[in-house]
Design a protein around this ligand. Structure first.
Ligand code: SIN
Length: 357
């Protein structure tokens, strides 16, 4: 793992959807405006006719056209990485997105930061993956919209403008990847989607937001916790990690099936502080005995589950579950996928989870 610190554009990517590269005409070379790179991936912010069951898509050029005020804030270069609903994002695309952003920042030292537009449904997962893997101190701001591009009272253009203002702000440097919707700036590790339709859908229920993009200025109230980033060198694939949900009467069938399907890790969305039924506990023990790493989190939506040591307190000191701390289950899954690229020792995984609190 690397500490976040000073490190072409998506070179070597094979996905056809990456082919449309739009570099905006460079504005005057003597312009004092900061430069921000925009990476569009799809989602409601880039969709039309959304509620019809036959939604259309708009490209990054149209996204920018809807916000002429951006030109007063920054000089923009833009890239169409994908144009998918966020449930179409994959771990393979995460690797390409993270590497592309890192390479772009490296190749363009004059960039102030990067903005990523993304569907809101899985936005928090992609944002945390970027937070854990982009080591450059320049900010990455991930945004989206709850209302489609051709809707009434739409939030996409405002979210995009505010995100560019944050990415261009010198105060945003060193704060890692952030999520911005509804003027609220959240650390990627803390941000989660809390509502299915409203423009204020995102929040950071346990730690609160980092700041706000007020009309006059970008204000930060606090620093995010700085955790080491993961070096993706040599990582061609992310290990399979599944999530098993606890509920009254749940047995171990899901966990056993995930193990049979090749899961290297399982995050349990436990009740309260990570509790499970006896059927799930038995399946967890079977998984641990097979070398699968099991992380216990909570379905409660906020709060923490003790990380622990990853070692059983019994005399034999065998493997034990690791707690998520205050990461939600989705975020814990992303961290576990990356941790498993370095080690499958539960004690070491516990150390990594403790480091990311
Ligand atoms: C999606 O996540 O792609 C659809 C929902 C949204 O962007 O708000």
């Amino acid at each position: 793992m690397r500490r976040r610190g000073p490190p072409h554009i998506f070179a070597g990517m094979r996905l056809p959807l990456l082919s449309a590269l739009l570099l905006a005409a460079p504005l005057a070379a003597q312009s004092p405006k900061p430069r921000v790179h925009l990476v569009a991936t799809g989602g409601t912010i880039a969709s039309t006719n959304y509620y019809s069951g036959d939604a259309g898509k708009i490209g990054v050029d149209q996204l920018l056209k809807a916000v002429p005020a951006i030109d007063t804030v920054a000089t923009i270069s833009a890239q169409q990485f994908a144009n998918v609903a966020s449930t179409g994002m994959t771990p393979t695309m995460w690797l390409a997105l993270s590497r592309g952003i890192t390479d772009t920042l490296k190749a363009h030292p004059d960039l102030a930061g990067v903005v990523v537009t993304h569907g809101t449904d899985t936005l928090e997962e992609t944002a945390y993956f970027l937070d854990l893997t982009v080591a450059d101190p320049r900010p990455v701001v991930v945004t989206g919209a709850m209302r489609p591009a051709d809707g009434v009272g739409i939030d996409g253009p405002m979210n995009l403008l505010a995100s560019v203002r944050v990415a261009a702000s010198p105060d945003a440097r060193g704060r890692g990847t952030m999520v911005l919707l509804n003027d609220e700036i959240m650390a990627a590790r803390d941000a989660t989607k809390l509502n299915t339709v409203r423009p204020n859908a995102f929040g950071a229920p346990y730690r609160g937001d980092l700041g706000v993009a007020d009309p006059e200025r970008v204000v930060f109230h606090r620093d995010p916790r700085h955790a080491p980033t993961f070096d993706l060198a040599g990582v061609t694939e992310l290990p399979r990690v599944d999530v098993a949900y606890t509920y009254v009467g749940a047995d171990g069938a899901a966990i056993d099936a995930f193990v049979a399907a090749g899961a290297k890790g399982i995050v349990v969305a436990g009740a309260g502080r990570g509790g499970t039924t006896s059927g799930m506990s038995d399946a967890i023990n079977r998984a641990l005995a097979k070398g699968v790493v099991v992380v216990r989190g909570s379905r409660a939506g906020s709060g923490s589950v003790v990380v622990g040591t990853g070692a059983s307190r019994r005399a034999n000191g065998g493997p034990s579950t690791v707690g998520t701390g205050d990461l939600n289950v989705q975020h814990a899954r992303v961290l576990l996928m990356l941790a498993l690229t370095k080690t499958s020792d539960p004690r070491e995984i516990a150390r990594i989870f403790a480091e990311h609190q």
